[in-house]
Design a protein around this ligand. Sequence first.
Ligand code: NAD
Length: 472
Amino acid sequence: MAAPNEYKFFEAVEKSFDIAAKFTNLDPGVLEQIKQCNSVYRMYFPVKIGDKIEVIKAYRVQHSHHKSPCKGGIRFSLSVNLDEVMALAALMTYKCAIVNVPFGGAKGGITIDPKKYTPYELEKITRRYTSELIKKNFIGPGIDVPAPDYGTGEREMAWILDTYMSMRPGEIDAMGCVTGKPITQGGVRGRREATGLGVFYGIREVCNMPDVMEKLGMGTGVEGKTVVVQGLGNVGFHAAKFFREGGARVIGLAEYEGAIMNLDGLHEEEVFAHRKKTGSILNFPGATNLAQSTDALEMECDILIPAALENVINGANAPRVRAKMIGEAANGPLTPEADEVFVKKGVLVVPDMYLNAGGVTVSYFEWLKNLSHVRYGRMEKRFTENMNSHILSQIEELTGKTVSDKEKEFILHGADEVDLVYSGLEETMIGATREIMDCWKKNPSIPDMRTAAYVVAINKVGTAYAELGIFP
Ligand code: NAD
């Protein structure tokens, strides 16, 4: 657990839960059950690194079993601790409920600095962690399905899959034991960028709400809005990309080594390439270096996207934040003290719990693909194209007019896997945004959007428990 004066993430989640629970009509016993982490597994295992044996500390927490399997990422970071994993597992339960993904929440983590190990050593650690999960029945397509998180990606997911398949030979649905895999290993197209794209879809939907934008003193739409992104990893990079492509101006980018700004806009791919070449985002041509990385959080902008780690905006720096709207792409980047500051200042906080649900939504699509053993679009793409072609030629024949080649290409196109994944994600994020906003509008005494999101989530999980017959 966290030391006495350390930030307690799980307590912060519980605090938000308690505030929201008052706006539900659920039995106190049901609420207590929803709040608890059902299964907590802390493990130590030895791994030979060089000529030394290192004892590695790791965790897997299953927060809720109201739906099976459980689902949640695996984090590799020195800051991983039980409190953090419990909090993130709880957030996964609420996140899945909001976006109607039928999983219970889980999270895992290994307390290591992945930068200190070679790929071979990381592979050994990941495989050993996976076998520990298998031994305790903490992984499986119908039990608990990990995914990438901070410090992990497709490579680690492929190692997890391979370890699982070697230890469970012949299990027909084994591919569904982990998501976020490379395409060649059963991954789904669109998963890599899913969280960043979901952040964009969610914020775009809020920006398209005239009443909300009016209150914030902004016009509708994403186009022309200024954006600052903290963290140029998987989530931050793709969020920046989709905002730029959507017509917004990304005027600030922060990484742990520093931050840069350019009021004319930054191109995330160029900054990424510069970082790869020089080892830092600083001194990017045409941009100004900020004195400290955290200064980016205090830049004047329309939308601030913290996409690195938790607790980066707190009671201390929140009063200095000048964004009109904050989109929590990372998990838990704002503390409850920061929330209070923003409610008073009239800054809209779009909460992590649903805004970064793009990853788990597309993970759900990947899991379904693995269970059905067929690529999305394979059965219907050609049929749709033939049908569209037939309809178009009939229209052209009847009207005597022809459409341009560009239009023809667009109309005839049958959906590929990535088209279906993007469209499913867009529908999910738009639906979730509207559901949360409707809940907030119906009950104006709900203080903020985070509480409204919790209310939606708690009601759904509570109903599921009731329908399971666990509570009378
Ligand atoms: P990542 O490891 O790919 O990227 C994180 C980036 O943040 C790295 O580039 C890192 O250098 C940078 N960073 C670290 N400390 C920083 C600091 N103090 N200031 C600025 N930058 C800093 O991780 P990710 O997968 O992009 O995850 C980021 C956040 O999003 C985490 O909170 C994670 O839990 C959350 N999240 C990720 C996913 C996903 O699909 N990957 C899904 C939901 C939520």
